[in-house]
Structure formats: structure tokens, C-alpha cells
Design a protein around this ligand. Structure first.
Ligand SMILES: Cc1cc2nc3c(=O)[nH]c(=O)nc-3n(C[C@H](O)[C@H](O)[C@H](O)COP(=O)(O)O)c2cc1C
Length: 578
């Protein structure tokens, strides 16, 4: 019998139960002391953890003295305040409601340390991966956490510390490192879900996203067909919910204001309800703008006076917080994420940059396809996964942004391919070009269309023909938002072109799309009318980056809040117009 060593059912279930019911606890601690024998069992469980070369690099410092803990709590408070100060608006408000430590609410605190030197020079397995020492101490924490749950003890892990500062405060020898600061005590109850999930801060990823068959990216659970993330996303896109739409319309008519007096915003609120399948819809906050950056082979045709290096330079500017999109995002309280899907330069890893490069720029579409179909699919998938990750991280509104020198040329070609528009009408002046460059740009689009003879019924083929990687990734991003029923505010002509590709793949995607603004690029209006979207702002912008969409963010949020918060004639006792 291959499973002869399996535990009896009841014991096996207890193991899975303790794993499922272990929680990070920060609320509801009771003052009762933890008996020494219970604490002893929990620490013994921790000490049985696996460790690299059996080096057992951990030590456990048990703290009960209140004065010591007060000093430590002060350190954590300082870091909490610093973290809060760096958060964008809605995120800061959500964080404010979270309790992040219970240092003084619990009777016992345990510090788990790591001694990287324990076991000497020749610790088996540690010589190539020194960090396995820390991994081992973390496993001791996991054992402790599970044993504590079985004993009915809550554990809260506090990481709001500068590790060296905490080590000094604890008077640790210099070669010891703090791995975990844990607060333990009996509790009034254990929550069924992580508090961060119930508080709407973050969601758990489905296990099928995390399991890959044979190679990274081939997602799927053992025994099941591999998951095609893009097909899954497209399959999840549903038409707007008719009942929620009717409820939202009726509520708008009963709100304490003249019927229709909120104009276009009434329709926005109705569409949000239809998308969410709930009236009122959840508020579209926190919001995050994702700026997809890539370079274009068609740049070689002289369609713009800007050198290609500007794409990478502007990416650096976004990451340093110095671009217009950063200013608008700060004003609107949105987070900024930059995605390298195909910049023709290697970019240093920095916080806020997602490295998802498909290739260093596309090929020149006047000479051949800008990318392969596989690359187009990879970029679409990357965009969809980023949407999913940003929503899993707690965002409830996504905003599109882009950067890519020469990308208005690719956009014009895509718009012509999907709508049948005349290149002379769909091509614009981009960042500002003279008559000769403009004539060349129109000619480039015409030549591209003549070469590829795009079929709008084959959206992946159209994306592959003209690119860029940011268009394909943005299309995936828009599909990803729609699949999760989260609104996505579209920026200008690049997003418009990408949305056409998304709509060609899944027509119902438009239910999730809100046109942030109308760019002065002529192709944008063509794209919006093809998509049936009404732009919220029309201020003569032609910058891209996500700027126009961010200006519309407070409008979309206000529309949602009005539907949710405004009193009705009956509830407020206001007389209706006869
Ligand atoms: C390494 C690590 C550090 C953590 N630090 C903190 C912290 O400083 N404050 C806090 O409130 N929660 C902290 N947590 C708890 C996580 O937020 C929590 O584990 C997560 O939300 C999942 O919830 P669950 O543990 O109840 O399943 C930490 C967890 C880990 C694993």
C-alpha cells in the first residue's frame, strides 16, 4: 500500500485543520497568562523545525516585562507612522483602520532570532545559499504558529521594525539577527479569513495561479488541464447585470436631486452597478495606474522627432516621481506602477517597476510583423496578470497608462485595422510634428496596412502585426479588470487602441471600461465611438502616461459615492417634484 504510513483520517484532518485555521491575530486578546507548560510545548514544537544542515540557527527570547515591551512598541509605532505617510489617499485611509501589532495587548512576546554562524563553516547546504540559515528560523516560526493555534493561542507577527534597531534594543550579540517578533496570548476567537482579506486590503490568490506544470507560466493543478490565464480571463467576462442596472436607475431617480441632474455621472454610476452586479457598486478605490512602457521598431521610419532613449528616461522619471502622471496620481490618491513590457534598454530593478519585458522593442511594422503571435499572447497574458495582482493587492479601480516613443503611430495603425478608418483621419501629430513628418507618418501607417492586410476578427494577429508590446499588455490589463468586474479608466489614444483589441477578443469588456478623457489625437475619438464610450474629460490633453484617465478618477469615484450615499426622497422626507 503506497499510503500505508498515512495518519488515520481524524488525525490527518486535524493537521489540515490547524493549517487552515492558523491566523495572524491582532485583535481580541485576553489578559490571561499563558501557563509555562503550554509555552514550553509551543517552543518545543518550534525547536523541531527543519534547518539547513541541522544547524538549528534559532533562539527564542521570551519577553513579558512591560517596560521593555513599551520601548519596543514605540519603535513599531514610529515605523507604522512612516509607512502610513508614504501611502496614497485611499490606501492610507484603509491602513488607518488596521491594527498592525498587539505588543502590549498580549501577555507574552517571543523574539525568534537567527545565528548564521552556528554550525561552523561546513554546514551542509548553507555554503552555496547562506540565506538558508534565515529560512530555517522562519520554519521554526511556522511550527510555533501552528502549535500555538492547536493550543488555542493567538499569534501576531510584527515586522514594523528596523531590524538592527530592534536587535540593539534587545541587546542581542552582533552576529544574531531578528527573524520574527511575535505577540502571543489567548483570544476571544479566531477569524475564518485573514483580517487583511476581510478588511478589503488584499485577497488570497487562488491556488491554481500558484501551481505551474513543468515550466513557469503553465499554470494548473495536478490532474487538471493546464490553466490558460488569458482564456480564463476572457471566459470570466460577463455582460453587465441587468437587475443591478435597473436598481441603480431607480435609485438615481429617487435621490434628493432633480432627475437626470447629474448628467453623464448618473450613467457612470449605473454602469458601475451593472459591472459589479450590485447596487450601489463598491467605491472604486483604492486606485492604481499601471504605466506600460515599450519601444517600437517603426521609430526607424522617422515618425517622431524624439529619440528612442526617451522611453527609458521617462520610465526613470516615473519611478523617481517626477512626471505629470506622478503629480496627478498624488492629487487623485492613486498608486503608480510602471511595467517594462518592452523597453529597448535594460532597466535597473527598483520598487514600483514590474519587469515583464517580452523583448527589447518591437520590429518595424513596415518591414514585417512588429512581433510574433506568441509575443502578442505573452504580452496580453502579462497585462491580465498584472490586473489580477493589483486587484489581489487591494485595488478596486485600475487606470491605464503608457509610455513608448512612436506609439501613436502603432496606435493609428491598430485603430485603422480594427475600425476600418482612413489612415489620414486616424493618424495624429503625436507629441507635435511638422508637416513633412506628419505626411511620412500617414504613409507609414498606409504601408503597414497594405503589407499586413489585417483581419479585425483576428485581434492577436492585428496586435502582432503592428504592436507595440504596451498595446498588447494594456489589452490584457483591460480584459483582466473586466474579468474581475473591476472598473478600468482608459487614458488616451494608446489605451483606446488597446481597448479595441480587448473588445475584439471579448465584446463585453466595454462594460468595465470608462473613457477617462478625449485626447486631441484624432484616432482616439474614432476608437471611442467604435467602443461606444463617452469621454468624461475633454481638456485638449495629448500627453499620455495615464494623465487624462487620472483626471477622471475623482469623477468616477464621485459618481459611485453619490449613488451610495445620497439620501432618497422617501428616506430624507423631501417632497418630490409633482
Ligand atoms: C513575515 C511576516 C511578517 C508580518 N508582519 C506583520 C505586521 O507587521 N503586522 C501585521 O499586522 N501583520 C503582519 N503579518 C501578518 C500577515 O499580515 C498575515 O499573515 C496575512 O495577512 C495572512 O493572514 P493569516 O496569517 O491570518 O492567514 C506578517 C506575516 C508574515 C508572514
Amino acid at each position: 500500500m503506497p499510503d500505508e504510513h498515512r495518519y488515520p483520517d481524524e488525525q490527518r484532518e486535524a493537521v489540515y485543520r490547524v493549517i487552515a485555521e492558523r491566523r495572524d491575530v491582532r485583535q481580541g486578546f485576553r489578559p490571561d497568562p499563558v501557563p509555562a507548560d503550554v509555552l514550553g510545548r509551543v517552543l518545543a514544537a518550534a525547536h523541531q523545525a527543519p534547518s539547513v544542515g541541522l544547524s538549528q540557527p534559532w533562539d527564542f527570547i521570551v519577553l513579558t516585562d512591560r517596560a521593555r515591551r513599551e520601548q519596543i512598541a514605540a519603535l513599531a509605532r514610529r515605523h507604522r507612522d512612516e509607512f502610513a505617510a508614504g501611502l496614497p489617499g485611499a490606501r492610507a485611509r484603509a491602513f488607518d483602520r488596521l491594527k498592525i501589532e498587539s505588543i502590549l495587548d498580549t501577555p507574552v512576546n517571543i523574539v525568534v532570532t537567527c545565528d548564521r554562524t552556528r554550525g561552523g563553516r561546513h554546514t551542509l547546504g548553507r555554503h552555496v545559499q547562506p540565506q538558508t540559515a534565515e529560512f530555517s528560523s522562519v520554519l521554526a516560526v511556522a511550527n510555533l504558529w501552528l502549535a500555538a493555534r492547536a493550543e488555542g493561542l493567538g499569534v501576531g507577527w510584527v515586522s514594523f521594525f528596523d531590524e538592527r534597531e530592534l536587535a540593539a534594543q534587545l541587546g542581542l550579540p552582533a552576529h544574531l539577527e531578528v527573524i520574527a517578533y511575535l505577540c502571543l496570548g489567548y483570544v476571544t476567537g479566531f477569524a475564518a479569513e485573514p483580517e487583511l482579506a476581510t478588511a478589503g486590503w488584499a485577497r488570497r490568490r487562488p491556488v491554481s495561479w500558484a501551481v505551474h506544470a513543468e515550466e513557469f507560466g503553465r499554470r494548473g493543478l495536478p490532474g487538471e488541464e493546464p490553466v490558460d490565464p488569458l482564456a480564463d480571463v476572457i471566459a470570466a467576462i460577463v455582460p453587465p447585470d441587468a437587475a443591478a442596472i435597473t436598481a441603480a436607475r431607480e435609485r438615481q431617480d429617487r435621490m434628493t436631486k432633480p432627475r437626470g441632474s447629474l448628467g453623464v455621472l448618473e450613467e457612470v454610476s449605473v454602469r458601475l452597478a451593472g459591472l459589479a452586479g450590485a447596487c450601489p457598486a463598491p467605491l472604486p478605490e483604492p486606485a492604481c495606474v499601471a504605466i506600460f512602457a515599450a519601444d517600437h521598431g517603426v521609430h526607424a521610419q522617422g515618425v517622431t522627432p524624439w529619440p528612442q532613449e526617451v522611453t527609458a528616461q521617462m520610465v526613470a522619471n516615473f519611478l523617481a516621481g517626477g512626471a505629470v502622471v506622478n503629480a496627478f496620481a498624488a492629487q487623485a490618491g492613486a498608486e503608480v506602477t510602471v511595467v517594462d513590457v518592452g523597453v529597448a534598454a535594460s532597466l535597473d530593478p527598483v520598487p514600483g517597476l514590474l519587469p515583464r519585458k517580452i523583448a527589447p522593442g518591437t520590429a518595424d511594422f513596415t518591414e514585417g510583423p512588429a512581433m510574433t503571435r506568441e509575443q502578442a499572447t505573452a504580452a496580453l497574458t502579462a497585462g491580465a496578470e498584472i490586473a489580477r495582482d493589483l486587484v489581489a493587492a487591494g485595488n478596486r479601480c485600475l487606470v491605464t497608462g503608457d509610455m513608448g516613443i512612436a506609439n501613436t503611430t502603432a496606435s493609428a495603425a491598430l485603430i485603422c485595422a480594427f475600425t476600418g478608418a482612413d489612415p489620414a483621419e486616424a493618424t495624429g501629430r503625436g507629441t507635435g510634428i511638422d508637416a513633412a513628418t506628419y505626411a511620412r507618418k500617414v504613409d507609414v501607417v498606409c504601408r503597414g496596412l497594405a503589407l499586413h492586410r489585417p483581419d479585425p476578427a483576428d485581434p492577436v494577429g492585428v496586435l502582432a502585426a503592428f504592436g507595440g508590446f504596451e498595446h498588447a499588455a494594456l489589452a490584457g490589463f483591460i480584459l483582466g479588470a473586466a474579468g474581475l468586474r473591476v472598473p478600468v479608466i482608459l487614458d488616451g489614444v494608446i489605451s483606446g487602441a488597446a481597448a479595441l483589441a480587448a473588445a475584439a477578443l471579448a465584446p463585453d469588456v466595454t462594460a468595465a471600461c470608462f473613457a477617462g478623457h478625449r485626447s486631441v489625437e484624432p484616432g482616439h475619438a474614432i476608437a471611442l465611438s467604435h467602443l461606444g464610450l463617452t469621454p468624461l474629460v475633454d481638456l485638449g490633453l495629448r500627453l499620455g502616461e495615464g494623465t487624462g484617465a487620472l483626471l477622471a478618477l475623482p469623477l468616477v469615484q464621485s459618481a459611485a459615492r453619490a449613488l451610495r450615499d445620497v439620501a432618497t426622497f422617501d428616506s430624507a422626507g423631501v417632497t418630490e417634484k409633482p
